[in-house]
Design a protein around this ligand. Structure first.
Ligand SMILES: C[S@@+](CC[C@H](N)C(=O)[O-])C[C@H]1O[C@@H](n2cnc3c(N)ncnc32)[C@H](O)[C@@H]1O
Length: 488
């Protein structure tokens, strides 16, 4: 046989193997079929023996030379997560430190015609011998996907639940009905294969129980019913009860995108702040944030995050309906600026406090005073199911305060970032839909475009949420006519 011809790479679930002569049966590396249904997971059933061959070296010093040569000639086993270098299967020889190299499937110890050129030559030189080798693959070897493919019937293989949300040690599934009979087994395998996860929950869909605070009903599928989680996002620690407040780790990129727009010393108003994934990291970079959430539990954990992350000079927590908070925040910020409120940052000592000669300690620099500006630069409204309905509340935001903005000063009116859902489409359909809805609520014509042009909206595609639904963020500057309208 010549292994140098007709090499091909075959993808086996969870493993890639390069086949020497193109004739190997790759199914030998698939996990055993364990159609135990919804019964308890029996890990022992996933043990599998695979008959292969190994090259046993007469001198271990030749190990690296032959490992490379056999790899290059495609005669060495190449299987993800399996080292081809193993102890000799004979215990006495193994105790003497003798090693073997596991060979590619298709190579048969008893059939020299299946050996490639490197093996043939090395055997001739008596550098090595080819022996049968039994490779054992156990439950721990198989990936989550391998194990679930073994357990689930063929008709459920297309959509094996994998894209779960995590919050600290909790994995949060939202299983489709057809996977529910297997929910306990799915949860057990997830626990086994994700060491950082210790509790698996599934969303329980009780029609009409969706909370206004975006919390959900759940059942524990595996692990303790402990949903007090610790999560790090944007360099900040959040320690909260996942059952009582909204948290979605899939929004991390969106949080970062908006935080990157905010400049230190600006003011941001987060109308539906949750426990602060926009507000707290923004505060950490020196942005003043007026952060509000109507859920008292979110307010509690928002205050906790402000304290734990030491951003209380920059982030102020509130707990009220966002509809009333919008105008109130604008007024509070004007008041704070008029009163000269500020953050005071301690002066930083130079790292070396003594002169090279061991002289006097350098004086502590003066603290830096960072005044709160009078105007809000950004509003954030992440309540996608209904935030667009809140945009009418901006009417009269800066009534009587024309002097604070362009053209009297260089300050622009605030940018409003409204999260919302719309259709999934490759054309303008979602953009037009979102602009029509904003127009209706605002009472001012808005169209897709550049947010710096009055009447235009930039629409960012945030993420997929359902087969026909996506989440977007619509950003626009508050039109002058509305900002300075009288408050009704
Ligand atoms: C989708 S969550 C977003 C939370 C946070 N901004 C984030 O990105 O994770 C929406 C939040 O709006 C809050 N909420 C719901 N109705 C509200 C209202 N009328 N006023 C203020 N907050 C509200 C909920 O309690 C929830 O925390």
């Amino acid at each position: 046989m010549s292994t140098s011809c007709s090499n091909k790479t075959e993808k086996v679930e969870g493993s890639t193997v390069v086949v020497g002569n193109g004739k190997e049966d790759m199914s030998i590396f698939r996990p055993p079929v364990v159609r135990s249904g919804a019964a308890a997971l029996n890990r022992a059933l996933f043990s599998k023996k695979v008959d292969l061959a190994a090259a046993t070296l007469h001198d271990n010093r030749l190990l690296s030379k032959y490992r490379k040569a056999l790899l290059d000639s495609k005669e060495l086993l190449r299987l993800d997560r399996v080292s081809p270098i193993v102890s000799h299967p004979d215990k006495a020889l193994a105790d003497q430190g003798r090693k073997c190299l596991i060979l590619s499937p298709g190579i048969n110890a008893q059939a020299p015609e299946t050996w490639g050129p490197v093996l043939t030559e090395a055997v001739k030189k008596q550098d090595l011998a080819v022996i049968p080798y039994e490779l054992r693959l156990e439950y721990d070897y198989w990936s989550y996907h391998d194990v679930m493919s073994s357990i689930l019937p063929d008709e459920l293989h297309g959509d094996i639940p994998a894209g779960f949300n995590t919050a600290g040690h909790v994995a949060h599934l939202n299983l489709r009905d057809r996977y529910l009979p297997y929910k306990k087994v799915i949860a057990e395998v997830l626990l086994d294969k994700n060491p950082q996860i210790t509790t698996v929950i599934n969303k329980v869909d009780n029609v009409g129980t969706e909370s206004e605070f975006r919390t959900f009903q759940y059942e524990v599928l595996a692990g303790p019913d402990d949903l007090q989680v610790k999560v790090t996002e944007g360099g900040c620690l959040f320690d909260f009860d996942y059952a009582k407040v909204y948290w979605n780790s899939k929004l991390e990129t969106e949080h970062r995108r908006l935080i990157d727009l905010f400049q230190p010393r600006e003011v941001v108003c987060d109308v539906m702040a949750g426990i602060g994934p926009f507000a707290v990291p923004a505060g950490k970079k020196g942005v003043f944030v007026w952060a509000n959430d109507m859920n008292p539990e979110s307010f509690y954990y928002l205050k906790d995050a402000i304290e734990k992350n030491k951003v209380s000079q920059f982030v102020r927590p509130f707990c009220e309906d966002g509809r009333t908070f919008i105008l109130k925040a604008a007024d509070l910020v004007v008041d704070a600026a008029n009163k000269g409120e500020c953050a005071i940052m301690p002066g930083k000592r130079p790292t070396r406090t003594k002169t090279a000669a061991g002289g006097p300690t350098a004086p502590t620099p003066e603290p830096t005073r960072i005044p709160i500006p009078a105007t809000i630069s950004h509003f954030v409204m992440n309540l996608p199911a209904s935030a667009i309905e809140f945009v009418g509340c901006y009417r009269g935001l800066y009534a009587g305060h024309e002097a604070l903005f362009e053209p009297a000063t260089a300050t622009k009116l605030p940018l409003i970032h409204v999260h919302c859902f719309s259709y999934k489409a490759d054309d303008e359909t979602p953009l037009n839909d979102i602009c029509q809805r904003i127009t209706k609520e605002l009472g001012f014509p808005m169209r897709p475009g550049n947010p710096d042009v009055e009447g235009e909206v930039a629409i960012h595609d945030v993420r997929d949420v359902a087969p026909a639904k996506r989440m977007f963020c619509a950003s626009f500057r508050l039109p002058r006519e509305l900002a300075f309208a009288s408050r009704s």
